[in-house]
Design a protein. Structure first.
Length: 277
């Protein structure tokens, strides 16, 4: 029989896990508390974790003071379209790198994945110049969608899953007359469910919380996203911290909902992909 963990060690493990969870959740709890305070009370010491007079009006003012509803719609639009396109491009490329034999496949995959190590700041200016002078896509949502529609990490994640699909199954499908696209659509894609759910969460969170991209490429107020909308509560001479915290809490809701929807598949995807140890 396997050795049972001593009671003191189990208790110590629980204490450590509780402390880690507390440290992780503390900033979120403070943000939620600050969202119900006036600006003058946000940084008051000692911290009043449960406001005695909650400023619920903060959650109404964020919609009245800036066009937050429009910003939310813009963010949903860019995020959902980008996520759908990226799932298709990454899964298709992952299948090609994992199961299609062609000369230079491994070298091409290595070069593509190596781009993960290149910081975005390195090619930020050349990328902006190309999008502005060549494609004339600056100040449009199309530029954000295009730049985030291809992701080397997503290809790497899904390729690791594809490597576990038996080659015999695909060979049998080819003998039966299925094309490569038919194999991808009817056999490979349905089995990618957990890994695709993992990619959906990563892509949705990344695009929803993106600040630098919209700040660089979007100039018109009607095109701005939620993150730029939150930035609008910071003026030249004053900052409305209560409204910033309230808007931040609201912006977290879609991310939490997406994670809860795909939570089970996310855990399975981590266990069956290249992210496991």
């Amino acid at each position: 029989m396997p050795n049972k963990m001593p009671a003191w060690r189990k208790a110590l493990l629980y204490v450590v896990l509780i402390l880690i969870c507390a440290v992780t959740l503390l900033p979120l709890v403070w943000m939620l508390s600050a969202s119900l305070k006036l600006d003058k009370d946000v940084f008051r010491i000692p911290i009043e974790w449960i406001p005695s007079d909650p400023a619920w009006s903060n959650y109404q003012r964020i919609w009245d003071q800036v066009p937050m509803l429009r910003f939310t719609f813009n963010t949903f639009k860019v995020t959902i379209i980008t996520t759908v396109i990226q799932v298709f491009t990454c899964s298709f490329a992952a299948y090609g790198f994992a199961k299609c034999r062609f000369r230079g496949r491994n070298l091409l995959f290595l070069i593509y994945v190596a781009t993960i190590a290149v910081p975005w700041q390195v090619y930020m200016l050349p990328q902006y110049t190309m999008m502005n002078n060549v494609f004339h896509m600056v100040d449009t949502h199309a530029v954000l969608i295009l730049l985030h529609s291809f992701d080397a990490f997503g290809v790497f994640l899904l390729r690791q899953f594809c490597m576990g699909i038996p080659d015999e199954l695909l060979e049998a499908a080819r003998i039966d007359g299925l094309s490569e696209y038919g194999i991808y659509r009817r056999i490979v894609l349905p089995q990618m469910g957990p890994s695709i759910a993992t990619l959906v969460i990563f892509t949705f969170v990344s695009n929803w919380n993106d600040f630098m991209g919209p700040m660089i490429y979007l100039n018109s107020t009607e095109l701005k996203t939620v993150q730029l909308g939150i930035r609008m509560f910071m003026g030249q001479y004053s900052t409305e911290y209560g409204l910033i915290m309230a808007a931040s809490v609201v912006s977290l809701i879609p991310v939490i909902i997406v994670f809860l929807i795909f939570q089970k598949q996310f855990v399975q995807g981590i266990a069956t992909s290249g992210l496991k140890g």
